[in-house]
Design a protein around this ligand. Structure first.
Ligand SMILES: [Zn+2]
Ligand SMILES: [Zn+2]
Ligand SMILES: [Zn+2]
Ligand SMILES: [Zn+2]
Ligand SMILES: [Zn+2]
Ligand SMILES: [Zn+2]
Ligand SMILES: [Zn+2]
Length: 1758
């Protein structure tokens, strides 16, 4: 025998495989493999606290997996597996195993049950796509049911799997493998599985199994920490940092692995004691408060290594072996399930039974291995199912004791087995599955029974037994799964199935018996109860039982014999329940009737709301109808009388009525909660509704008079029915009691109405399946029109979670589509359906009843003036229940009617009430309906009218006497009475007509006429009212139209000032904003604004108290063309030149509200003080962050953080004496160039480096010497600051506010914490101004709105204030700072190469944004030659020659940018004759490109080039026009106020005083310009920039950034997210995949794994991403929740409705409803607008303000 290879150096794969082959033939493969693994496994999988996964994978591949694969395949594994795959008979079952978060689809039309799902690939290719499907996301596990004929009622195949449908017998796949492959595979799988099972279940931490022992020398140990579900992440992290002395980050990593894998080595050491110490520390730390400590074990490192390898082997088997070949899979199954003898366990059983001893990763792996191995083969699946059932009880017991979530316990596989109909039915019939499950459940609940055998759950019991019961309740789902396979036809029943179903049914009854009567209550008298008794345990159980009860009944309904047996079993249990207490009897009489009643006082004895046995029996009654079984016939009189049968239900009903009468007030909330849930839509089907059926059955089984007396006795209203009860008594004692009785009578009458009217269930009334749903919908819509989801929520669902709404709703309602994109569509009841409205509908809560009544009265009144809400005609009872209607004409009922009517006429009856009268009238109406129906059926037995005429006074006489009686005062009652009388006479006349032929005159005629007359009048009145209303509404509309401004809400007051200039009477001439032809400034309107705080009005002037505008400044990347690029270090960032990708800027927005500066200051100080008074920990949970200067606008609560001082129009401030200056651009440029050159030269001459940074402009006189006299004179005039003592100064307060704003923009714009008054302060102001204008230009462009006149006033006001502020901001900056900046700016365009480097300007003309540049230069230039530090008010830009020339120069540069960078495609489209301009431009194009060294390949036509360049330059011009408009105050041309302006370019050029010909910019006569242009183009930097290797080149125009493109169908979104894995933890699924809607990046949000440190704060992936992608502002889609996440400023965020809607126009946050969702472009556009307009921080602050729950979320962790 070969000696074992002991070291890596000696390793030789071929030798090894050869050796194994040899061993195979000797039957010693097992030993050989072990010899190899003994040496190499510890080497490869040696535990480490810093595992290197890549290395481990490489080593394991080479030394461990590759050899066994080669051994198995005897050739290249890849090729062999591929060949094997081709041999497979393609499976007709998809079987795709779902990953967590993957979308799944169920078909509501075709799925056998809701657990039948398709994967997205199959779904897309199936017909179900067009059906009513639901989508949801998988929780992991489970597989696609496509191709499984049992899972689908129809269309089980998608197109893919239909193609492989092979009807003929399948050959055993093992046969197709070669004999020796079969042999090798069999042996190898056996060895591998045995080894794997032995290792993962190995329970000795220190010793190794025989054959794997190691040499004593290299022993080492590992402290292994295991997962549990008790300790939190934080506890584990904290403990670890202490126990192994690691940092937070390492501890988080360990905790993450423990959570994911189930265990992790946290300490590895040669010394056992070191590891043991760590173990002890962890255990001590985690058991401090008496809790169970975390599980820790010190293990031999080699054991850990072998276990790790065993786990990998299982994965390998599943993913790399059996998934390739049917044959190999079958071999695997055979081996896994083989047993040596009957007592022996198969390997698979061993794994199953040890499941809860294993750690998470092994469990998950083994379950998946079973799934994919076992489930695809019918035969194997069946064997597995039997095995699973055999061990069911043990698996449950293990699971109950385990603390892991169910999804990673073996028991969770039950859903895969029990939902397969053939399997389930086989298991029920052959292996008594129902009893197995129910027995197991009863066993687990044993500890919760009290002495009487009833369950008792304790409140807040966290003890082990309580947890156990909670976990055991999962079994009820298994029970439900097993019941899914309901037999459809009689021949599906076998005797075995019947027998075992019935045993299951009896077991269920045993369970119900433990619930019947539990949590009973006794009315509390005197004192209020001390402790609220526990009640929710029973209801939790009830909820889990509901589906089972319903399905049991469905089974019963499917077979006559089963039905009868089940009924008898139910009655027997009920008898046992009843016999638990003695029954006492008493004799009671009403009128002439005497009855023996059960003596039981509900108001002093025990009553329980839980009566599941009674309700189960009640559930069987309606089923008799379908087999024609008579109700009275089967009633086993011997053991249980009908009176006893209904007794428990009656007690419960009476108790609830007494509660309504206020008798149980002292029993507290616990009882109220029980009653609430008893009626609630989730529980009522199996509780309240069943009780009503029981009473209906009782009413049919018991003589009517007796039935009523039994009820009255229980209600304790026998006395009330006696005439003398109403007589006044002495002393007025017991008034309370009388009042209670009055209410109880109302409740009693209400119950009778319900018993008689609710016949809409099949088997009760003669109705169809959908009638009950229709009735529910009708009554919901009678309350108000509802959206689909609201309506659906109000309906009970069946065992498939279907409410049946779609099938029924269209018959009764119309769907009104939403009118706006924000609204949702609603259902409105069809007109003719309103007559089915019953105000006493049994599912109405009291509030719903009165709301619906009010709505219906109003509706009827508006229609015809009649407010009566008479009973609708109910459908007939089924024959078995027909006797119940006799109640309406029995003597006791007539007596009750008479009593109430008589007392109505009495003055001050003490026991009468209006509701009593209304209900009695309603009952009379019902009786009349029944008589009408009986008459039509020629049935003589029902004759209410006859009986109502008897006696003195008769009921009819009593009714008539009430007409216009003063006690009947409400219109609605009068109308109802009139309706009853009319109906009475109608029915009566039918009868007399039939008896005596036509009768012409009847007593009713006069009434009839009166009634008609009344109606007519009422209708007239209604018409008149309607007319008046219409008139009023028209007047209102006109009024609003006439006073439009008044109705615009709290629009800014500043509006008048700002917009007057926009729209005021258009000037005759075309306005020009710049240069010599500039229009004179016309200021119309006043400058008056109101302070919102003190309400004082004031003019905006330079000298008065300062007024400010609240505003919000934020950093922004909205315009960025280099998404993800960030400012690396704000402390040193040079903001002077905005790079051409506009990657980062600052934006200011405002709500437009103005205040006095000092009023604002006081307001702000008070907020700061208020916040300081709050405890520190609450400060964070505020809607604004005071540390960032945030506050809310005092008027409209808009988030703000700065105030902008208001400045009067700049034209008013500047020198009033305008000098006539005449200077051509050529001369101007020459002078500027000289300035720059001389300034830099002077500077270069200075010696020290420090000084050289201080470029100072060379003085004007020096410069003048270099120019001609006229030029010099005019140039000097441009900078001539006439300072006179009487020129305006800014007031101190305005100056202070100006300074403050500059500083704030600097601090907040750069996000700096420290104050630093430096050269960047003015720059930040210029930038912010330019950036904000660009944002507004783009927003207007995006919405295709005209440039002027369409801005909302608050934006216009803000922009105006900002531009004017920027215009005067130089006032507060040291003039030398300004001058230096100015020289630097100018140098970028006008100086030569060498000079540029000297003053640090951008590389070339393509590198900076020309609009930002324009704004900066315009704002800096006026101060270039200012000589002293006096008021600079003379030196402000007002649109003179300086600005005109700057604009022309910058525009020229921008055209150069366009001509160089734009790719001019050649279009074949329309072509016009080129003019001279176009031709000239083509020449310029060629010249520039030649200078830049670009080859011109595609030569565009002259006309096209010209049009394109004009078009591309428009955004720049629009921005410039906005800037100069607000700077100069010159009104805008009307043409630019119109939508779709055609010649926008030309109008812009005229307004801006630019030559309208592009070629004119490059006028060859203007040599200076052309030399300059040539120097830009031939710049080396430019050449590198446009070369291919350079980073992304900015191309023009800057397109408006869009959000990412979202798929139309939401399932595509889910699907793309399901393939996303956490980027930090190698291949793991992310729990909350979140998509950045700005850049499309997918993130692993809300998870420890992807948290990072950001400025000393631990933040989640979304917050971190928002920082880099959106400069702190984030817009995300949380994929699994289908919810928009907004983030701002690290700690704040909120949720927002997603842009996806279902067919009903509703969103589905959390995907709770699962309806198909489609992208709503309108909503998405709104979201884009919110982002583009920088509205996210404000939106968040508003959401936080309105929903305080959002404040408690730690947004930074998302
Ligand atoms: Zn599939
Ligand atoms: Zn398929
Ligand atoms: Zn379908
Ligand atoms: Zn004020
Ligand atoms: Zn405001
Ligand atoms: Zn992650
Ligand atoms: Zn992003």
């Amino acid at each position: 025998m070969a000696s074992p290879v002991n070291s890596i150096q000696e390793f030789n794969s071929e030798t090894l495989v050869r050796e194994w082959l040899e061993c195979l033939s000797h039957g010693t493969l097992q030993q050989a493999l072990k010899r190899h693994w003994r040496v190499f496994v510890p080497k490869v999988y040696f535990p480490s606290v810093e595992p290197d996964m890549g290395k481990e994978d490489r080593l394991s591949k080479r030394f461990l997996f590759r050899p066994i694969e080669t051994f198995l395949c005897q050739g290249d594994p890849k090729t062999v597996f591929k060949e094997l795959k081709e041999q497979n008979t393609p499976s007709q079952i998809c079987g795709h195993v779902f990953k967590m978060g993957e979308p799944t689809y169920s078909c509501r039309d075709c799925g056998a049950d809701p657990t039948c799902v398709l994967c997205i690939q199959c779904f897309q290719k199936s017909v179900h796509k067009g059906h009513r499907y639901k989508m949801s996301t998988s929780g992991g596990g489970g597989y696609c049911d496509c191709g499984d004929t049992e899972a689908w009622k129809s269309d089980p195949f998608c197109d893919t799997h239909r193609a492989v449908e092979t009807p003929e017998e399948r050959q055993d796949p093992i046969e197709s493998l070669s004999a020796d492959l079969r042999e090798r595979a069999t042996e190898l799988f056996k060895c591998v599985l045995m080894y794997a099972v032995e290792m993962v279940t190995w329970s000795h931490p220190v010793d190794l199994p025989i054959g794997l022992e190691q040499d004593g020398s290299d022993r080492s140990f590992a402290t292994v920490l295991f997962n549990d579900e008790v300790h939190t992440y934080e506890q584990v992290i904290q403990t670890l940092t202490r126990a192994i002395d690691c940092d937070q980050k390492a501890a988080v990593d360990f905790a993450t692995v423990v959570d994911r894998e189930g265990r992790s080595a946290v300490k590895v050491d040669k010394d056992f004691n070191v590891c043991e110490k760590v173990k002890n520390t962890i255990e001590r730390n985690t058991s401090r408060h008496g809790g169970k400590p975390l599980k820790v074990e010190v293990m031999n490192s080699a054991v850990v290594a072998h276990q790790a390898f065993a786990l990998k082997l299982l994965t390998w088997l599943r993913d790399d072996v059996i998934s390739y070949s049917d044959g190999l899979r079958k071999i695997f199954c055979n081996i896994a399930m083989a047993t040596a003898s009957d007592e022996d366990q198969s390997l698979l059983e061993t794994m199953l039974l040890n499941d809860t001893q294993l750690w998470k990763a092994v469990r998950r792996q083994s379950h998946q291995l079973f799934m994919s191995g076992v489930m695809l083969d019918q035969d194997v699946k069946k064997r597995f199912a039997i095995l699973f059932t055999k061990h069911y009880r043990r698996l449950v017991a293990d699971f109950v004791l385990d603390d892991h979530s169910r999804s990673i316990c073996a028991i969770s596989m039950s859903v895969q087995i029990f939902t397969v109909p053939t399997l389930a039915r086989m298991l029920i019939a052959e292996h008594d599955l129902l009893s197995v499950i129910m027995d197991t459940f009863l066993h687990e609940c044993e500890s919760k029974k009290n002495a009487h055998g009833k369950f008792v759950f304790e409140r807040n019991d966290r003890g082990a037994s309580s947890q156990a019961v909670k976990r055991a309740q999962y079994m009820l789902y298994d029970f439900k799964y097993a019941l899914t396979c309901k037999p459809q036809s009689p021949d599906e029943w076998s005797d075995n199935l019947r027998k075992h179903f019935l045993t299951g049914f009896q077991k269920l009854l045993q369970l119900l018996q433990c619930i019947q009567g539990m949590d009973s209550v006794v009315r509390q008298k005197g004192q209020h109860i001390e402790y609220e008794p526990e009640w929710d345990g029973a209801f939790n159980l009830q909820l889990k039982l509901e589906d089972n009860l319903a399905m049991m009944l469905q089974w019963c309904a499917a077979d006559r014999k089963v039905l009868l047996d089940a009924y008898n079993a139910g009655i027997e249990i009920l008898r046992q329940c009843n016999s638990e207490h003695d029954t006492k009897w008493e004799t009671v009489s009403v009128g002439a009737h005497q009855v023996s009643c059960i003596k039981y006082d509900v108001s002093s004895q025990h009553v329980s709301i839980h009566l599941p046995v009674s309700r189960m029996v009640a559930g069987i009654f309606p089923l008799f109808h379908r087999y024609g079984i008579p109700l009275r016939g089967i009633q086993p009189q011997t053991c249980l009388s009908a009176v006893e049968l209904i007794e428990p239900v009656v007690r419960c009903a009476v108790m609830i009525s007494q509660t309504h009468a206020g008798m149980w007030r002292r029993n507290g909330y616990s009882l109220l909660n029980q009653i609430y849930f008893y009626h609630n839509v989730r529980c009522r089907t199996e509780m309240y509704d069943r009780d009503i059926v029981m009473l209906q059955a009782g009413a049919a089984l018991i003589d009517s008079n007796e039935f009523l007396i039994h009820l009255m006795n229980k209600f304790a209203i026998i006395q009330w029915a006696k005439e003398e009860y109403d007589l006044p008594r002495q002393g007025g004692q017991q008034e309370d009691l009388v009042r209670q009785t009055v209410t109880l009578v109302e409740e009693f009458l209400h119950l009778l109405i319900i018993i008689l009217c609710e016949r809409y269930t099949p088997g009760i009334g003669e109705v169809g399946e959908r009638d009950s749903v229709k009735r529910e919908i009708i009554h919901q819509l009678c309350i108000e029109s509802m959206a689909h989801s609201e309506l659906e929520k109000s309906l009970p669902d069946d065992t498939n979670h279907e409410t049946g709404i779609e099938e029924a709703v269209h018959d009764v309602a119309n769907f009104n589509k939403p009118t706006s994109s924000a609204g949702k569509g609603v259902y409105e009841l069809k007109e003719q359906r309103y007559e089915e409205y019953n105000p006493y509908f049994y599912h109405y809560s009291r509030a719903e009843q009165s709301k619906s009544e009010e709505a219906q009265r109003k509706r009827k009144k508006a229609a015809n003036g009649d407010q009566a809400l008479p009973p609708p005609v109910p459908p007939p009872f089924v024959p078995g229940l027909q006797p119940a209607i006799n109640m309406l004409q029995c003597n006791v009922m007539l007596h009750i009617i008479r009593v109430v009517l008589q007392r109505t006429t009495v003055q001050r009856s003490r026991s009468w009430s209006e509701p009593q009268l209304e209900k009695v009238l309603f009952l009379v109406g019902l009786a009349l309906h029944e008589e009408n129906r009986a008459f039509e059926r020629k049935d003589e037995s029902f004759s209410f009218t006859e009986k109502a005429l008897q006696g003195e006074p008769s009921i009819l006489q009593l009714l008539e006497s009430l007409v216009s009686h003063s006690n009947v005062e409400h219109e609605a009652q009068k109308d109802l009475l009139a309706w009853v009388l009319k109906k009475f006479h109608d029915v009566q006349s039918l009868r007399t007509k039939a008896k005596a032929g036509p009768v012409i005159a009847s007593t009713s005629n006069s009434d009839d006429r009166m009634e008609k007359e009344r109606k007519r009048k009422a209708q007239l009145a209604a018409k008149k009212r309607a007319k008046i209303m219409a008139q009023m509404s028209k007047m209102q509309k006109n009024f609003i139209k006439d006073n439009a401004e008044l109705f615009e809400g709290a629009e800014s007051d500043l509006r008048r000032v700002g917009s007057d200039m926009d729209i005021s009477e258009a000037p005759k001439e075309f306005p020009v904003a710049l240069g010599r032809k500039k229009c004179p400034l016309v200021v119309t309107g006043n400058n008056r604004v109101t302070c919102i705080l003190c309400q004082e009005e004031q003019d905006v002037t330079a000298t008065d108290k300062s007024m400010v505008l609240t505003a919000f400044i934020q950093q922004s990347t909205v315009l960025s063309k280099s998404r993800g690029k960030v400012v690396q270090n704000p402390e040193t960032y040079d903001p002077l030149f905005m790079s051409s990708d506009v990657f980062w800027g600052t934006h200011i927005g405002s709500c437009g509200h103005t205040m006095h500066a000092d009023c604002w200051q006081r307001y702000f100080d008070s907020i700061v003080a208020k916040v300081r008074r709050r405890p520190l920990r609450y400060r964070q949970h505020m809607t604004f962050d005071i540390r960032k200067q945030e506050f809310l606008c005092p008027l409209c609560e808009t988030l703000s953080n700065i105030v902008v001082p208001l400045v009067p129009p700049l034209g008013q401030l500047a020198n009033k004496t305008v000098q006539h200056v005449d200077l051509s651009i050529e001369d101007w440029l020459d002078a500027i160039q000289k300035t720059v050159r001389e300034s830099i030269k002077e500077d270069k001459d200075k010696e020290t480096e420090e000084e050289s940074l201080m470029v100072v402009p060379c003085p004007l006189p020096t410069l003048a010497k270099m120019m001609s006299e006229s030029v010099s004179k005019n140039f000097q005039a441009l900078f001539d600051y006439v300072y006179s003592e009487d020129s305006d100064h800014f007031s101190d307060s305005t100056n202070e506010m100006l300074r403050k704003l500059s500083k704030d923009i600097y601090l907040l714009g750069l996000g700096l914490e420290t104050e630093d008054d430096n050269v960047r302060v003015p720059v930040m102001t210029w930038r912010t101004c330019a950036f904000t204008i660009q944002v507004i230009e783009q927003s207007l462009r995006e919405e295709s709105k005209p440039l002027f006149g369409s801005l909302p006033s608050r934006q216009a006001d803000c922009l105006q204030a900002l531009v004017r502020f920027a215009g005067v901001s130089a006032q507060n900056i040291a003039s030398d700072i300004n001058k230096k900046l100015c020289v630097r700016l100018l140098a970028a365009l006008v100086s030569g190469d060498s000079d540029k480097k000297f003053v640090a300007t951008p590389g070339c003309v393509l590198d900076f944004d020309m609009f930002h540049y324009l704004v900066s230069v315009c704002l800096a230039l006026p101060t270039l030659y200012v000589e002293d530090q006096r008021s600079l008010l003379g030196a402000i830009p007002t649109g003179g020659l300086n600005e005109q020339h700057v604009l022309q120069l910058v525009f020229t540069a921008h055209i150069v940018q366009i001509l160089i960078t734009t790719d001019f495609h050649i279009h074949d489209s329309m072509e016009l004759e080129p003019d001279a301009d176009s031709q000239a431009l083509v020449d310029i194009y060629h010249r520039l490109r030649k200078q830049a060294g670009i080859e011109v390949s595609n030569v565009p036509s002259a006309w096209q080039l010209h049009q394109r360049v004009k078009h591309i330059s428009v955004p720049f011009l629009r921005s410039a026009a906005l800037f100069f408009h607000y700077l100069t105050g010159i009104s805008s041309p009307v043409e630019l106020q119109q939508e779709n302006c055609l010649d926008e370019f030309d109008y812009l050029c005229r307004y801006l005083a630019l030559p309208s010909s592009l070629a004119a910019l490059f006028d060859p006569r203007n040599t200076l310009i052309n030399t300059l242009v040539a120097s830009w183009c031939s710049d080396d930097n430019l050449k590198t920039r446009i070369s291919a290797s350079s980073e992304k080149l900015t191309r023009y125009p800057l397109k408006v950034n869009q959000l990412i493109k979202l798929p139309k169908d939401y399932s595509d979104v889910i699907n793309s997210a399901s393939t996303f894995t956490c980027p930090k933890s190698d291949g793991e699924d992310s729990r909350a995949p979140t998509m950045c809607l700005v850049c499309g990046e997918m993130l692993c949000s809300q998870s420890y794994c992807c948290q990072i440190e950001l400025d000393g704060m631990t933040v989640g992936a979304a917050t971190a991403h928002a920082q880099s992608c959106g400069s702190g502002v984030g817009l995300f889609l949380r994929v699994r929740e289908c919810q928009i996440l907004l983030l701002a400023g690290k700690i704040k965020g909120s949720f927002h409705a997603p842009p996806y809607l279902d067919d009903y126009g509703e969103t589905d946050q959390g995907l709770r409803r699962g309806n198909p969702l489609r992208l709503c472009p309108d909503r998405f556009k709104k979201l884009h607008k919110l982002w583009l307009s920088h509205g996210i921080p404000e939106e968040i602050s508003r959401n936080l303000e309105t929903n305080s729950q959002l404040l408690s979320i730690d947004w930074q962790h998302l």
